[in-house]
Design a protein around this ligand. Sequence first.
Ligand code: CMC
Length: 431
Amino acid sequence: MLDSPSNTITVTDNRTGRTIQVPIIDGTVKAMDFRQLRENDDDFGLMVYDPAFTNTASCRSAITYIDGDAGILEHRGYPIEQLAAKSTFLETAYLIIYGELPNKAQLAQWTHDITYHTFVHEGTRKFMEGFHHDAHPMGMLISTVAALSTFYPEAQNVDDAHSREIQTHRLIAKMPTLAAFAYRSGRGLPIVYPDNDLSYSGNFLSMLWKMSESKYTPNPVLERAMDVLFILHADHEQNCSANAMRAVGSSRPDPYSATAAATAALYGPLHGGANEQVLRMLGEIGSPDRVLEFVKKFKNGDNRLMGFGHRVYKNFDPRGTIIKGIADEILDMTEPHPLLDVAKELERIALEDDYFIKRKLYPNVDFYSGIIYQALGFPVEMFPVLFAIPRTAGWIAQWREMITDPEQKIARPRQVYTGERQLDYVPLEAR
Ligand code: CMC
């Protein structure tokens, strides 16, 4: 014991008295190292139990760094504040996927490659016409991105680097097109095809809002605000949807199918669906004077104050702070938002409340994003769709890293079986 290397832990199994030394690598121990602890020869070996992966690293990743206690978020080492202030979404997507900021020629090529793929096959448009008139756009997006795999069967070849590259371009290019088609068809409006003269965000706004004008010219402030919102949502390391992308991708289907799974994970109200719920909640509160009464309901553990709390951040979510700034800028240009005062009062009261202070519950990225989206004219159902567009860059980066990581295999957790065993079948008439 005395000569144990300092970068190990010594574990004694009190059932058998056996002691093992487990190496500590990068602040982690390998779960498999515990398997050698057995009660007897028939024993499977010790497993670790971690429902919801609250303390389990599932991969090594060099994409996104978060220090949740300090409220720090960096992509490939660059602070989110600098990217939001100085970069564009396409440049940030390149950084996230390839690991470095592009030079001029690389950025020009990348922008060309994405722009070239913005159109979708006409069959995709026809497919989308089949949805019910009031279909949720997120349901449409999930299904349609999965359907893209039927148009690009070569995408199954996930071990081919060239194929991965083309599918990367297609996915980033086509998500805004699908999202805009879902939006327009839900409103009974004719589809607007991509305008490849415009920027990534400008083209998205054109596909959403263009009416009879021959060419849509995006408002530069709104175009930049959209682009910054896209930057803020581009990646967030091993969140629920990134984990879905990696887990589904690990059985090696094409990336469209894996992206559909990730989009489905994002849809939930505890993840990307939260901003939709925030708006509904603020609407339910109605006015600032009702906030105090309302907050009481969230202190019994049964209800969640939507847009508050985070698995990783135990401090302000840095994206939330930037978004609050954008909200002020946008709301100066648009009609005053009736729920902004409710949101500000809710934030003020929650941040002074012992329940929230003790649990380190701060506003997250979703708290103000919904207000901005609504001020921009989006219906609440579009909120998670607006999250899915930029997050596709993060999903692809996570997927590419997983596919090429020699340590990764098919994701297949263990379980602790708690059911019956070896019962005798009882015929129906005897039950
Ligand atoms: N309102 C009230 N209480 C809360 C909230 C909340 N929003 N979030 C957590 N708590 C309480 C929870 O009841 C628990 O209390 P106790 O210790 O007394 O049992 C404690 O805080 C710890 O919560 P937890 O469930 O262990 O936290 P988690 O890491 O599993 O959940 C979360 C993280 C984001 C799912 C959760 O905070 C939540 O449901 N927030 C509301 C939904 C939301 O805003 N989601 C968007 C997340 S950010 C964007 C994204 O990444 O998708």
